[in-house]
Write a new protein. Structure first.
Length: 281
C-alpha cells in the first residue's frame, strides 16, 4: 500500500490498526474504507477481513444495508417476502480527502455513491488513545448528510421483514476463535439478553482479549446493539431497528462509538472503569 491508500494508527508509538482508504474489492462487497488489522497493545489481532463465512465483513467501519434501497453493506439484500437476494444495487464509499491525518487519528471526508449518484456525504473522525498499559480506545464518529434534493431513509433487514437483523451503522467484525466469545453488559449476559437492546456499553470477551463498545452520545446510546457470537463474532449498532430512519435533504445523522481494546478477559467492573476513562470529557 502506498501512503495515499492506507495509514497506520499508533498508540504510544505502537501500531494498533491499519486504515485502508481505497480497497480494491468487487462491487458486490460494497467497497468502503475499513480498519484491519486492529490489534491489542500486545499485538493480538481482534478483527477479520472478508472471512469465509461473510466475505463482505471488512474489519471495523461503517456499513448500512439499505439507503433508499441501495446496499452499502455488501452481499445479498433482504427482500420482504423473498429473503436474501442477489441484487445489482450495491453502493460504495469513496474516500475524498483527509482533513486531518496524525499518527493517533484522522478526520476524513467520504462520498456514498450508488447508481443515481452521490446520496450521502460523510465526515468520519477516528482517534486512538492509550488508557492503560494493556488497553487503548478507538473513538469513531460518523456524520452522514443527505446531499440530494429528495428525502432519504436508512433501513435494515429488520425493517424489511427479517426479525432480529437490525444491523447497519458502526460494525466491528471480531476475531473468530474455536470458542465463541462471551458477551455482557452492565446488567445482562449472553446474546439473548443483550442483542437488540440498548445499553450504555457492551463487552465481547475472547480467549485473551476483550472489546468494550460504548455509545458516547445520547442518540448513539438509544440505538440497540446488534450482536452475534455463535455463527461469527460481531458487534454493531442499529440505526434502523423497528422503523426506517428518515434523513431529510440537508439533514445529518451523527453517531459516536468508543471501543476499548484490551488484552486479557475483563470483568464487569474492569470494563465499566475503562469505559468511563475512555468516554470522559
Amino acid at each position: 500500500m502506498t501512503g495515499n491508500d492506507s495509514l497506520v494508527l499508533r498508540v504510544a508509538g505502537r501500531p494498533v490498526g491499519r486504515y485502508v482508504t481505497r480497497p480494491e474489492l468487487p462491487a458486490r462487497l460494497s467497497p468502503r474504507p475499513y480498519l484491519h488489522p486492529v490489534t491489542t497493545l500486545a499485538g493480538t489481532a481482534v478483527t477479520e477481513l472478508s472471512p469465509a463465512d461473510h466475505a463482505h465483513h471488512l474489519g471495523v467501519g461503517v456499513a448500512v444495508p439499505d439507503v433508499e434501497g441501495f446496499n452499502f453493506w455488501g452481499g445479498r439484500t433482504y427482500v420482504r417476502d423473498q429473503g436474501p437476494t442477489e441484487l445489482d444495487n450495491h453502493g460504495c464509499q469513496r474516500h475524498t480527502a483527509f482533513q486531518l491525518r496524525d499518527p493517533d487519528g484522522f478526520v476524513e471526508e467520504l462520498r456514498w455513491v450508488a447508481a443515481p449518484g452521490e446520496l450521502l456525504r460523510e465526515r468520519r473522525t477516528v482517534a486512538a488513545t492509550e488508557l492503560t498499559g494493556t488497553a487503548w480506545a478507538l473513538d469513531l464518529t460518523f456524520s452522514l448528510t443527505n446531499v440530494t434534493s429528495a428525502a432519504l431513509s436508512v433501513g435494515s433487514p429488520a425493517t424489511n421483514g427479517r426479525p432480529g437483523a437490525a444491523y447497519g451503522g458502526f460494525f466491528w467484525r471480531a476475531r473468530k476463535e474455536a470458542t465463541a466469545p462471551d458477551v455482557f453488559t452492565a446488567g445482562a449476559e449472553g446474546v439473548d439478553a443483550v442483542h437488540g437492546r440498548p445499553a450504555d456499553w457492551l463487552a465481547l470477551a475472547g480467549t485473551t482479549w476483550t472489546l468494550v463498545f460504548a455509545g458516547a452520545t445520547a442518540p448513539t446510546r438509544r440505538d440497540p446493539w446488534f450482536v452475534r457470537t455463535g455463527e461469527y463474532p460481531g458487534v454493531g449498532s442499529s440505526l434502523a431497528h423497528e422503523a426506517r430512519l428518515p434523513v431529510p435533504p440537508g439533514e445529518t445523522v451523527v453517531r459516536r462509538v468508543v471501543t476499548v481494546v484490551a488484552d486479557g478477559r475483563l470483568g464487569r467492573d474492569e470494563a465499566a472503569a475503562l469505559v468511563r476513562k475512555a468516554v470522559s470529557p
